[in-house]
Structures are given as C-alpha cells and as structure tokens.
Write a protein of this length. Structure first.
Length: 140
C-alpha cells in the first residue's frame, strides 16, 4: 500500500475513533448521562444513539482496514460516517428552539467546543479521504 493511502486511511480512522471517544467521554463524564434534570426517556434515547454510533464506527473501521478496503465504497463509506455525525451539528445550531449548549454555564463560555471539535473531525476525515482516494494514473 502506498504511504499516502495508509496515511489517509489512518487520518480517517483517527477521526472515527476520536468521534466515538469524544462523544462517549463527554456524554458519560460531564454531559447528558450525568444530568439529573434529563428524563429517563432522554437517557434511553442517548443510549440508543451511542449504541448506533459504536456500530457505525465499527463498520467504518472495517471498511478502512477489512478485506474489501480497496472497493470503491469502502473509503467513501467510512468518511461518510464521520460526516453524517458532525455535519448536522451546524444546521441544528440554527434551529430556533434548540441550543447547541447543554448548560447555561457552557453558553456563557463562548464558542461551543462541539462545533470546533466537529470542524476538526470533518477536516481530518476529508484530508484523509484526499490522501487515500485512489487516483487515476492512466496517461500520466
């Protein structure tokens, strides 16, 4: 495997693993799962969401490193999973009855960290895609 392809796949894998780690750590250590004001049903939905994320991240990693990693869909599918998680954060932040901040204290802190982290993960996965994407070398 060419080094730029391995580096690109590694960047996408890093975006996948960091997306999963950040989501689980933040929600379980300082976020929604520890918030007593959230109803039990909201915690249930968060658990479903985390289970889905774990499964999608596992599939994305398999796409990157599994036996069919060289098929056209593998890299695209892995990058899509990262984008499918982070891109909706931005239009959702514009929804008038929603808040990107989990607490009032976070809102007072300024720029939301999740939008910054999301931007980094999007750039990481797109950069990885650029490096790992097969290029047509015919005629060169």
């Amino acid at each position: 495997m060419k080094s730029h392809i391995a580096i690109g796949r590694s960047l996408v894998a890093a975006a996948i693993l960091l997306t999963l780690a950040v989501t689980l750590v933040v929600d379980w250590k300082v976020g929604h799962m520890t918030d007593a004001s959230w109803p039990a049903h909201a915690h249930y939905h968060l658990l479903l969401y985390h289970g889905t994320m774990i499964m999608f991240c596992a599939v994305a990693l398999w796409c990157l490193w599994g036996p069919r990693r060289d098929e056209w869909f593998a890299l695209r599918g892995a990058v899509f999973i990262v984008l499918a998680f982070w891109v909706p954060f931005y239009p959702a932040a514009l929804f008038p009855t929603a808040s990107i901040y989990a607490t009032r204290e976070l809102a007072e802190g300024g720029v939301p960290a999740n939008l910054i982290i999301g931007g980094v993960m999007i750039l990481l996965s797109l950069g990885g895609y650029y490096l790992a994407h097969p290029r047509d070398t015919a005629g060169k």
